[in-house]
Structure formats: C-alpha cells, structure tokens
Design a protein around this ligand. Structure first.
Ligand SMILES: Cc1cc2nc3c(=O)[nH]c(=O)nc-3n(C[C@H](O)[C@H](O)[C@H](O)COP(=O)(O)OP(=O)(O)OC[C@H]3O[C@@H](n4cnc5c(N)ncnc54)[C@H](O)[C@@H]3O)c2cc1C
Length: 891
C-alpha cells in the first residue's frame, strides 16, 4: 500500500494543540533540509520542515560574523541536482561571502516554493518512536507536535555552538558575541578594544576584519591552526572552463572523488620527488589558494604518512615565519601538535599579516591560560586585559551536538539515543542507527560529511534516503532499521579507514576532543566521498544489506551482514583490478604471466630508500643464482634475513618484491638478501626448494662479505617464497645447518590439499584464485611428489624448527593452510606467533604504500624478526599505528 495512504492523510500545518500528521518530518532548513523538502515533495510525500531559525540558510543564517565565507570554491559548493538552477545562478567570487550564500539559499527556496512547508521559529525538543503506530512523534517548543512515518534530521554538523568553558562570562560588562550566533544588526567595533577567543576557522576568518576596525585586538589562542591564503577573487577561469566545458562530467568526477571536489588522484609519493620538486609543488599550491588542492595534489603520502606530512607542514611553518615579523609570535602561530590536515586547515585572507599590525596582540594560552572573565575583561595566569568586546570563536559541538540536543530521542523499546551513544556515535553509514527505525541523519557521524565538500555529501545522502523511501513505498514496507551486525561492521570499517589517515593523531572537533567529556573517536568517515557512495549503492544492489524492512502486508525482509569486510585500501585495489577485467593470469602462459607481473610491478610505487642496494651472484644448488641485497642506512654489521619472493614457483625474481624488502629492511634495521631461485616449468620440483636451501647456506657462509653479522641467519618469504623459507628451515635442521634463528612466513603455501574452507570461500575475486593455484602446482610439481615435505612442509617433521611468525590473510585461499602450519608447529613445541590479517588478501602485506592498512602487520613482522635476532623491538614514530591516548597533545 502506498505510504501516503498508510499515513493519516496529511494535514495543513496545524498550529497549537493538535498533532500535525505528515509522511516525513525534516528538522533543519539549511542546505540539506531545503533539498530534502524539494525531493520529498517531488516524490509525493507529505512533508514539513521544522526550523529553529526565523528563515532558511542553516549555517549561513547563523554565521554572520565579519569575514564569514565558504572555504570550498563556491562553484563546487553549490547544488547540482538541477542544471537549470545551475544556469540560473552565477557566483561572484571564488569563495562567496556569507551574505551571498544566504541569498543563494533564499533564491533556491523561492525557486522551488519551499517556504510554505517550513515552520520557522520551531525547535524540535524531543522525539519518540511510537511502536504501535510505527511512527515518530516530535515535540516542539512552538506549535503543534508532529507525527511522522519518517524522521529526518538535517540538523547540521556545525550548528550547535560550543558554550565557553570559562568562568565569569556573565560578569563581563561589555559586549559578548559568538561567531556561530552573530547578531543580524551591524556590530560597531570601531574604536573599541576587542578580544577574540579561539583561532579555528571562524576566528581566522574574522580576526583580520576585526583588526581593521578595532582600536586594539587581542587574540587568545590555545591551539594554532594551519591556514593558507585564499587568494579570493572571481571564480578562477581554469576551473570555470572545466565546469562549463563538461558540467555533467565535472559534477560526476566530484561525486566519485575523495573530498567531493574534482581533482585527480595524486600518485607521486614524497620520497620520489626531490626537495626542489616538492618546493615547486608547494609554492604552486600556496599560490592556488585551495584547501582541497593542497590536501590532495602535492604528494600522495601527505595525508597518510607522518614523514610525508611533516615535509609539507615544515614548508607551511616556513611561510608563517616569513610572513610574521615577530619571531615569538610566528612560533606561537606555528602548529606542531597535529599533522597538517588532521585538523581542518583554514583558508584566510591576510590572517598571518594581521599579526604585524601594531593594534594586534597574540596571547598564547599554552603559556598563560585564561583564569577567568571579569567585569572589565579577561584574566590569564600572568596578566589582565581590559576590553570592551569579547568575541567567542570557540567552535561547535560538532557532528553530534545538534542531534543530541533533541533530547530524548527515544527509539525501539524505550532506548534513548544519548545512552546508545554514551561512548561515541554508533551508526550504520552515518545515516541510520540500529534500534531507531525510520530515523535518518543527513551527513551524520560515520559519513564523509565534514571531511568533504558538504554540498556533494548532502545531495548524496538526500538522494539515497528519498530513493529508499520511494522504494519502500513501492514495495509496501513502512519501516526500515539498521541491524546490529551491520552497525558493528560499519564501526569496524570506520576504524579501519581511520587507521589509514592521520586524523587519529590529532585532538580536534573531528574527534570530539574540543568538548569536555565527549567520547573520543574519529567521527567522520575518512574513506572518501566516492568510495562511500559506492558502498551506499552496493547496499541497495545487495538487497538492502544490513537493513530490516517491515510493512503491514508484506513479509519482513532482512538481508543481514556487513557491507565492507575488506580493508578500505584492499577494497580499492580489488575494485580497480576488477574494473580492468583482466583475463585469468594462467591464460597468458608462463612467459606471458611473467611479463604481466613485471608490467604490474612497474606501475606500483617505487620502494623507499634504504642504505644501499647491491646486486650479486651466489651459488645455488646447481650453479649461480642472482641476488639483491638491501642494506640499512645504519652502520653494520647487520643481522641477515634471506628472503624468497612470491610467484607460485613460476613468476617473479629477486627484484619483484622490492618495495617489501626495502620496507622490511628499514623497519628491522637488518640486511635482506632476496634470492633469484629458479622457476617452473623450466625447473620443476624440487629445484626451488633446493635453490632456497643452497642460497641460505651460501649467504650464512658469506655473511661477513655481505656486511652482515656472522652467526645464524633468518629466513623470510611470501607465498611460494614462504613455502621455500619453511622448507629451508626443515632442510637446515636435517642437513646440519646453516643455523637459522627465525622464520617469517607470509601467506605461505604449506600443503597440497585444496579442501580447506579458505580455498572455497576465497576461490575467486581476491586476485590469487583457486584455479591460479592449481596452475602453479601443476607447473611446479607432479601429483606424485606433492606430499614431499620439500613442497608440503606441513607434511614434514615439525619439531626443533626455528621460532616463527606466520602471517595469514582473511581473504586468501592459502589462509587455512598457513594457520594449520602455525598450529602444527606450535603443537610440535616451536615458538610460533600467528598474525591473522583481517580484511586483507593474498598480496596485501607486500603491497607497500598501496595497501597502507598492512603497515601494522609489517610492524609486527619486523618486531618478530628483531626478536629472532635478539634485538629489542624498534618503535618508529610515524606510520606504524596509533599513539596511545596519553601521548596525544591536548587541543
Ligand atoms: C562558518 C562555516 C563555514 C563553512 N564553510 C563550508 C564550506 O566552505 N564548505 C563546506 O562543505 N562546508 C562548510 N561548512 C559546513 C556547513 O555546515 C555545511 O556546508 C552545510 O551548510 C550544512 O548544511 P546542513 O543543512 O546540513 O546543516 P546547517 O546548515 O547547519 O542547518 C541545520 C539547521 O538545523 C536547524 N536545527 C538544528 N537543530 C534543530 C532543532 N532541534 N529544531 C529545529 N531546528 C534545528 C539549525 O537551526 C540549522 O538551521 C561551514 C560551516 C561553517 C560553520
């Protein structure tokens, strides 16, 4: 039955007493609420928008402070749902001012005749799910309550200003203003002594304007922020040309991009660029005046790697020192407590130069915290400042503030949202919450929201939500609710995404750290706008995965599950490979497959620098074999790891795992000798195993020549290389040496049966397929030989082997035989550490700088190797993981 008929017939907005009945109630009349109303109406839903303010605009209604502008270029920060609308409005500036954006939103409101369904001056104070009716009841502070089937919170991520945490505000006799609630009438600051507290975006935008008017401006700064010049002016001709040249293509690129602005993905990483090249790129970005450009276009690792990031942060700090004349002020303005981009950087107009003005003073609250506000001004631990005006630019209770301010929101079974979120927001997609049917949050916590061009994210959320409501109506469903499984899976995926970026290393409003007592956690989705959109679409194409749908005359539908089980970067890699639609590797033949792998490897990022790379020749089982030695930059001699590359005994060579060897060499401080053992089908079983053993023996005997420590060596290998490393340990034990002090087996082949569950579960879709493994086995080893421990080490004697770390990946056909080998060795008394990499595939851990979520596993591997060598674990500050909370500096 159509929803419009299920709902009580929609009434006109009934004021006072009675309850207003609608299909959908929307809270908020900003960018999101306005577009929602337009779409809902077109879809035939009866709707009302409830808005606390006296008019439309949301953010742009409230934030009228001097200098308020957007910081995403306005041609991108616009609605795109209607090409006619796009043609009907021209922006005058690259970054429009608040009055112009507010005029635009008014224009949109009038164009679609939206005001007639908006109740202004109406704050929603509480919401209750009425189970018997399957409807929400919203209580308001003005006029009728609202009963609705669907309750959509378009309440804004940055709409609940954070109250000042300073005693005595009420005692102050002068004027007090909040940037987030700036008065509508003109505020005269000329000739006055003004204090601004806070140097976030609003502070940085308003300070230069206030300084121009005030007799004296004192800025109270707790945490400096990175700011870049906006270089405002008319919309840039090059961007306009791109937009006008192919409007639909430009908008589509934005929708599939990481941040909602159409810039291509940057591929070069910092260490591939010289100092001069990096500086040139930086100067270009500084001159461009574009946040998304500098955040995405300089070098690919600046947002994910501490070292790559600090190269950029240093260049910005250098700029601050050049612009600000007083070195002490420049130092105070230079951020050191967070990576660039981990806290929202700001775009400014004359911000740093403002501190060269004689009428501006910066007070560094790190050195002299505010102790209170008095009748005449502000007191710090060291002095007092008499002022006439205090401006609080202290930001927002971001992302959750406006949602939680509707209190209580009572869901199924009387559950209150504030209880459910006591330890931080839990959502499915940032849109819905388990236990709260038919509640939707536009750009809620858990969606890209504030890490994106919000106009793009808002349109995506609105479209997805309204499309779902229409589909439900069509099918006769009246409730939609996220499942616990899906929500827990989303939390895991969110956490996986945030280990990729550096946001976790900063205390910011993204993490709730700016609000005392707020649970700490990266609230926006850090996986990017395009990937997020594809996930939302995948949920639909997989039968509303993770949602329970019910209706009066239809059977309940619940296709439960987690939408993303892969690590986010693994998902991107596998999607990219799927898009290439490659024929099976085995169909190329051995040489063709080798050429393919060489081509594939050439396209990956070059490995990071190590002290020295030396190519040489060693004695194999039956003649010379090539090797490549990776030596650390530190003085030797170093412990030696003999390394065997992957490739199914058929593909690869001593250079093919180059990035992995470099990475492990850097992390362990050890020399890696990658061995070019012979391959099948030219050299079948047991050639690879015997070459591996002979090479290990030769390397152990020539350790000193190789710059290594004499004594035991270690062995390591990935895939078939892991097989050779495992076999080498057994042969070394049985043949009287060489001495091996540890083995690192990464996704090793250990057995010749193909009936373990991982061979079925991961048979296809994860690059290494079951049929490719069959092919490798066939080329290397005849069925009669396969149970020989020199190819199936799991069948060998496992006592008295060197300590091992066995790494396996969840989505690898070889997973279960790796686990079996680890368990069997442990049962035989071998000290074994097992690493099960969740969400990874066979190649994940060796795809250095492509699969960044593999870093934690490589840190664990490096620590294991160091332990095998009798060395303490090495902690490298940087990409290897999250620092403990106590290490983080306060915001
Ligand atoms: C100064 C500033 C500059 C910004 N610049 C950019 C930018 O350049 N690019 C960008 O992408 N984003 C920017 N943002 C983020 C901005 O908030 C979003 O881009 C966008 O405007 C959000 O729209 P919205 O409709 O989701 O929420 P809002 O615009 O915040 O609207 C929410 C509305 O809900 C109302 N509301 C909330 N709770 C209730 C309730 N209980 N009852 C009734 N009404 C309620 C509020 O009064 C408000 O009007 C900026 C934010 C600020 C503060």
């Amino acid at each position: 039955m159509p929803e419009a008929m299920v709902a009580s017939s929609a009434s006109e907005a009934t004021r006072g007493g009675t309850i207003q009945q609608v299909d959908v109630a929307v809270v908020g009349a900003g960018f999101a609420g306005l577009y929602l109303l337009h779409r809902l109406r077109k879809a035939g839903f009866t709707s009302v928008v409830l808005e606390e303010a006296a008019d439309v605009g949301g953010t742009w209604y409230w934030n009228r402070y001097p200098g308020a502008r957007c910081d995403i270029q306005t041609i991108d920060y616009s609605y795109t749902f209607d090409p006619e609308l796009e043609r009907a409005w021209q922006w005058s500036e690259k970054y429009a001012t608040q009055p112009e954006i507010l005029r635009y939103l008014g224009f949109v409101t009038d164009r679609y005749d939206l005001r007639r369904d908006i109740r202004f001056g109406t704050k929603v104070t509480a919401a209750t799910w009425e189970h018997a009716a399957d409807r929400w009841l919203l209580t308001t502070d003005h006029g009728a309550s609202v009963s609705c089937r669907y309750y959509i919170m378009a309440t804004g991520c940055l709409s609940a200003p954070k109250p000042p945490e300073i005693d005595g505000v009420k005692d102050f006799k002068g004027e007090v203003y909040f940037t987030g609630r700036w008065p509508h009438e003109e505020i005269k600051l000329a000739g006055k002594r003004v204090a601004v507290i806070g140097t976030g975006s609003s502070g940085i935008q308003s300070i230069p304007m206030i300084a121009e008017q005030a007799a004296h401006l004192t800025v109270f700064q707790r945490t400096p922020n990175f700011a870049l010049p906006a270089h405002n002016g008319p919309p840039p001709a090059d961007r306009m040309a791109l937009l006008e040249g192919d409007r639909a293509g430009y908008r589509e690129q934005a929708r599939m991009s990481l941040a909602g602005v159409p810039w291509p993905q940057q591929m070069s990483v910092s260490w591939q660029l010289s100092d001069a090249e990096r500086r040139e790129r930086f100067e270009k970005a500084w001159a461009a005046g574009d946040l998304v450009y500098i955040l995405t276009q300089l070098w690919a690792d600046q947002g994910v790697d501490v070292d790559g990031n600090s190269l950029l942060a240093d260049l910005i700090r250098e700029k601050i020192r050049t612009i600000v004349k007083d070195p002490e002020t420049a130092a105070a303005l230079s951020p050191h407590d967070h990576p660039f981009g981990a806290k929202r950087p700001c775009l400014d107009t004359n911000y740093y130069t403002t501190y060269n003005r004689p009428n501006v003073t910066l007070v560094n609250l790190r050195q002299e915290p505010i102790t209170g506000i008095t009748a005449s001004g502000i007191k710090t631990g060291k002095r007092g400042f008499d002022v006439d005006v205090i401006v609080f630019a202290t930001g927002f209770d971001a992302m959750t503030g406006a949602i939680m301010a509707v209190h209580p929101i009572t869901g199924r079974g009387g559950k209150s949202l504030s209880d459910v979120w006591a330890n931080g927001p839990q959502t499915y997609l940032g849109l819905t919450v388990a236990g709260f049917p038919n509640l939707f949050m536009i750009t809620g916590p858990g969606s890209p929201s504030v890490l994106s061009n919000m106009a793009v994210s808002i349109e995506q959320h609105v479209d997805w939500t309204v499309d779902r409501l229409m589909a439900m109506r069509e099918a006769g469903y009246t409730t939609m609710e996220a499942t616990d499984t899906a929500q827990a899976g989303w939390a895991r995926h969110m956490a996986d995404c945030s280990t990729l970026t550096l946001h976790r290393l900063a205390n910011t409003w993204y993490t709730g750290a700016n609000v005392p007592g707020k649970a700490w956690g990266v609230m926006p989705y850090t996986g990017g706008v395009g990937p997020y959109r594809t996930i939302c679409d995948e949920i639909v194409s997989r039968g509303m995965l993770g949602f329970r749908l019910t209706g009066p005359n239809v059977a309940e539908q619940c296709n439960d599950g987690e939408v993303v089980r892969l690590q986010p970067d693994v998902r991107l890699v596998l999607n990219m490979l799927a898009d290439m639609n490659l024929p099976p590797i085995e169909s190329f033949g051995a040489q063709g497959a080798r050429d393919f792998v060489a081509q594939f490897n050439a396209a990956r990022p070059a490995g990071r620098p190590v002290g020295e790379v030396v190519d040489g020749t060693l004695a194999g089982a039956d003649g010379p074999l090539p090797y490549r030695l990776y030596r650390p930059a530190t003085p030797g001699p170093h412990p030696i790891v003999v390394y065997f590359h992957g490739g199914g005994w058929v593909l690869g060579d001593e250079q093919s795992d180059d990035p992995f060897c470099r990475d492990m060499c850097r992390r362990t401080g050890m020399s890696f000798v990658s061995v070019g053992y012979r391959h099948a089908p030219e050299h079948r079983f047991p050639t690879a195993a015997e070459d591996g053993y002979a090479a290990t023996r030769w390397i152990a005997e020539h350790a000193a020549e190789l710059g290594g420590k004499p004594g035991p060596v270690m062995v390591a290998g990935w895939s078939a290389g892991g097989n050779i490393a495992a076999v080498t340990c057994q042969l070394a034990r049985d043949r009287g040496g060489p001495q091996i002090s540890g083995q690192l087996l990464v996704c090793p082949v250990t057995d010749c049966t193909f009936d373990r569950p991982s061979y079925h579960e991961n048979a296809t879709g994860y690059f290494l397929t079951r049929s490719l493994m069959y092919w490798f086995w066939d080329l290397y080893c005849s069925p009669a030989d396969r149970t020989d421990p020199r190819v199936s080490p799991l069948r060998g004697k496992l006592e008295n082997l060197p300590p091992a770390l066995v790494a396996t990946c969840e989505f690898d056909p070889l997973r279960d035989e790796g686990v079996a080998y680890a368990q069997a060795m442990a049962a035989a008394g071998v000290p074994v550490e097992q690493l099960n990499a969740r969400g990874h595939f066979h190649s994940s851990l060796t795809m250095v700088d492509v699969v960044i979520t593999g870093v934690a596993a490589r840190v664990q591997m490096a620590n294991a190797l160091r332990r095998f060598a009798g060395l303490p674990p090495e902690r490298k500050e940087g990409d290897e993981g999250v620092r403990p909370r106590s290490d983080r500096l306060a915001a």
